[in-house]
Design a protein around this ligand. Structure first.
Ligand code: GDP
Length: 498
């Protein structure tokens, strides 16, 4: 149904301080123009330099994208690779093609990382979206498409899965000397027309030198097509190689995914219908709770529920309740703390299961229960799908709708190591309370940790020796890395920006 927005929100800057390009069609993608009214936070404005890079990117995509003569030429180049490699090509259009794998949150984060790489290296981002994702996102760029066309000759490389390492994988090209690191060596033959980058999930096959920057990035500049196989947010691992540009584009390092998710992802009208039809417009405050139960960290529902309550108490998130008729001695209540919000609170639960919604609902709905501060609390869940079903478009549409509903929260509780939660927090512009995963099926002693930044964690950073420290860098650079890259709150082998 239609939603009436608070008046203050109506004045929201619909183009997000110039982040979004003006003049795109409103009706075919309503979310692009309407979402600014729903977000509760917009803590970082885009820098002038980021705006400059985005507008330059849009011009490049329009010039080089599918349907243009330059794109046709780049495809032709790919077909004739191996027959004759041409060194001097007047076509300066270069591409990074994103390949799908894993769930929606993973996909959004790897698309986002690919886009940032394209911004940093003057490439064009294209996506090989499968049918299960065909009606999720609007075209992000003006007067252009980001969808790869059916005549693209390398579609046999699209679904190789996480452990794939084809001949054209970057490290294999290095091994076979199809691509050679020697600087200034004009005698070496030109590089192949494409390279496959395996930079997520499986450390064993990872093309880790990609992250070394320096010579490797210079070499990759000459490769027209990069095929990106990753399911993660690999931006934190790009920081050493691209730190100067990154700092110029993002003066606040925790704003990278926040600004780029808002720039790039706009749900299509059917998904937006699901979102706006469920939006909890009447609430003074919305608390989003994203509860994920990973197979490696399952615990009984009651234990998880208790962890959520303990987290909420620790971080002062949910309104506390009391039983009517019982005087509560707040001073004597130990670590019981009272929320100061006495208006109406809506708790939005996103989970594959109904259990947490049911328990929270009964916690707040019983007549004997009142919140300590007298405010009202309602609990909502839009779907409980029971299991992940990434092959289904409708399932993915519901999942995307819930990511957006979470992102319209004032506060967030998310599940550790979940990319679904990471995307929600970045979009929301909120540092969430992250529930720690129950590794080894043991309820963690600390229920949750407040995130140091709204950035996603890179759960599988590369293990790579670049020579001269991480990222092939010098001492100054290392200090910079220490200042902006941190071990993740929820996973000690992951790294994140802050
Ligand atoms: P991750 O596995 O938590 O990192 O997140 P992903 O999004 O990559 O994969 C999990 C998938 O399971 C999602 O894409 C959805 O398809 C489904 N899923 C998980 N949690 C939820 C939820 O709260 N709501 C809905 N609708 N789907 C979910």
């Amino acid at each position: 149904g239609a939603t009436t927005m608070p008046t203050a929100k109506k004045a929201a800057d619909e183009l997000l301080a110039g982040l979004l390009a003006p003049g795109m069609d409103r009706r075919s993608c309503r979310s692009r123009y309407e979402s600014s009214q729903y977000y509760k936070h917009f803590p970082y404005k885009p820098s002038t330099y980021l705006l400059h890079k985005l507008r330059a990117y849009e011009a490049r995509h329009k010039r080089c994208g599918p349907g243009t003569p330059l794109y046709a030429k780049a495809i032709e180049r790919l077909r004739s690779d191996g027959d004759h490699r041409r060194r001097n090509d007047d076509n300066d259009c270069r591409y990074i093609l994103w390949l799908p794998f894993d769930g929606l949150g993973n996909r959004m984060l790897s698309i986002l990382s690919g886009f940032l790489y394209a911004l940093l290296t003057d490439r064009v981002l294209l996506v090989a979206l499968p049918n299960d994702s065909s009606d999720l996102f609007c075209e992000p760029f003006p007067d252009a498409t980001w969808l790869i066309t059916p005549e693209f000759p390398l579609s046999h490389l699209f679904n190789l899965g996480p452990h794939a390492h084809p001949d054209h994988a970057y490290t294999n090209l290095l091994k076979t000397k199809s691509i050679v690191l020697a600087n200034n060596d004009t005698s070496t033959s030109p590089p192949p027309a494409y390279a496959y980058l395996s930079i997520g999930y499986d450390r064993g096959v990872m093309d880790a030198p990609f992250f070394c920057g320096g010579d490797h990035q210079r070499l990759l500049r000459n490769v027209t097509w990069l095929l990106l196989n990753s399911d993660l947010y690999f931006v934190p691992s790009m920081f050493p190689a691209f730190r100067a540009e990154l700092r110029r584009m993002f003066p606040a390092m925790e704003s990278v995914a926040h600004l780029l998710t808002r720039y790039l992802f706009h749900p299509t009208n059917p998904v937006w219908e699901m979102v706006t039809g469920f939006y909890l417009s009447h609430a003074d405050k919305i608390i989003g709770m994203q509860i994920r139960m990973f197979f490696f960290a399952t615990i009984p529902v009651d234990d998880m529920y208790n962890q959520i309550l303990a987290c909420s108490r620790q971080e002062h998130i949910l309104p506390e309740i009391t039983t009517t008729g019982t005087d509560i001695d707040i001073a004597g209540a130990g670590n019981l703390t009272v929320n100061n919000n006495n208006g109406s609170t809506a708790i939005f639960v996103a989970s594959l299961y109904a259990d947490y919604h049911e328990r929270l609902k009964s916690r707040y709905s019983s007549e004997e229960h009142a919140t300590i501060n007298g405010g009202t609390v309602e609990v909502f869940q839009r779907t409980h799908e029971e299991r992940q079903d990434t092959g289904s478009l409708e399932h993915n549409q519901k999942a995307l709708a819930e990511i957006y509903l979470l992102s319209f929260s004032d506060e967030l509780v998310t599940s550790g190591m979940s990319t679904f939660g990471y995307v929600s927090a970045s979009l929301a512009g909120v540092r969430p309370a992250i529930l720690l995963p129950a590794h080894g099926h043991k309820v963690p002693a600390t229920p949750c940790v407040r995130a140091v930044s709204m950035e996603p964690c890179n759960l599988t950073p590369p293990l790579v020796e670049c020579g001269g420290g991480p990222g092939g860098s010098k001492d100054d650079d290392d200090a910079d890395v220490v200042r902006h890259v941190k071990v993740c709150e929820d996973f000690d082998r992951g790294v994140k920006l802050f």
